[in-house]
Design a protein around this ligand. Sequence first.
Ligand code: NAI
Ligand code: MG
Length: 496
Amino acid sequence: MAPVERDLDAAAFLACKQGLLINGERVSAASGETFVTLNPSNGEPLADVASAGAADVDRAVRSSRRAFESGVWRTKMTPRDRVNALLRLCTLLEEKREEMAQLEALDGGKPVSNARNDDLPISTNYLRYSATMADKIVGETRPVSVPNVLSYTVREPVGVCGAIIPWNYPLMMAVWKVGPALAAGNSLVLKPAEQTPLTALRLGELALEAGIPPGVLNVIPGIGEVAGAALALHPDVDKIAFTGSTSVGQEIVRAASGNLKRVSLELGGKSPHIIFADGDVSTAIDHASAGIFYNQGQDCTAGSRVFVERSAYDQVASGIVGRARAMRIGDTMDLATEQGPLITAEHRERVASFVDEAASDGLDVIAGGSRVAGHGFFYEPTVLGPISNLARIAQEEIFGPVVVLIPFDGEDDAVLQSNQSRYGLAAGFWTRDLNRALRVASRLRAGRIWINGWGYGDATTPFGGFKMSGWGRENGREVFDMYTEVKNVWMRFYDS
Ligand code: NAI
Ligand code: MG
């Protein structure tokens, strides 16, 4: 055991009653209702949080609308002012790194070393990229075939945006929406997941401290079916950005149709990780293991289907099983922990039910497959194989530390089976053959492809899915298309 020294600011934040953050103030829900967020490592309550209802959503949207229409952020502050304010927020996140990392670890079941070394610096980098883009969102003049006119485009903010985010990377998912929305001059109402509301609330407070005017970013924790649904339905929200399950994504689309608000969706995945025998198989084993077990497999790009060329199958299977058995499972506040708990007891039951059903159907569970005894929501890193790509466990997103191994014979078979999925978020493969690399990259139907390495991402690269994995792209310059409207202006001038 190597328990982390508790951060005093994180402890002080946890001791506060957590309100909604609307118009620069912490307020209770109109109904007075609260919900409890748990520490998944021990199942104990961590904090009591105000629970937004439809009336609170409306109040937050009205506040964001006032902030938008007043121009306090969008026009009275110049683009460079917005760059500077968002960069100040990055500096605050750096200063509060330990506090934020501990809140993230306690609330979301992340090993604190991951929260410190990955979630915090990576989130801050994403936000910094958006910040520096605030004065680089540009229009163009167009060469129209009409005499004596100037025709140009401008990119204007969409208006009031709503963001609904999941619990697997609470801070990172928040900044993926907050950064580009605010950089482009929008106002944003952010609804964090009910399992992990704390770092989003703290981010909202730090935004005020950084000089982002009240109402530009409102943070309203609440239950999905209540607060999230009301936000998606609200007639005065111009755009909704959602990350979460595919089924809720479909509900968001339906709710958004009332006022035809713009919709962007980052949904599920069942990403194929293909190991060709001509690749660097031993490194591939490391990446395939990390690619499913990192963050307890609660990752939309988890490499949850590992396809292995038959001649390499035994080596890969024993390698991944070895990694699964060696993972140090433990409390998130222990620095030695490599794998934390799943997010909730219900989620663990869902994960376990997939494995139990597969086992009772006679599929081979070759590592793990059990809940870990105790109060936290721990589940063993689990490997099944060899199995068919058509098995339910190979088609449904499990969102846990469960990987299926699927043997294949040749390139066509690998590509065909990989694409046999309703998802298309990420895909990756290992080969030393340059022709194969380019061929397979072009044949795989997914929004992100990794060759000879899994899991890379950067603020500069567009991220999003084909098929039922979503609509639109986040990050890169593409994300600013999602938070702006294009206006085309024509102005005639007179001959002298
Ligand atoms: P979820 O899709 O229900 O939750 C994501 C967000 O949507 C949360 O903020 C939640 O409060 C909100 N929400 C829930 N119902 C809503 C509704 N009717 N209208 C508006 N907002 C709503 O995901 P959940 O239940 O937490 O996890 C279930 C499964 O979803 C997971 O097992 C996993 O397979 C998938 N998932 C995928 C994620 C991804 O990044 N691709 C993230 C989280 C979950
Ligand atoms: Mg929690």
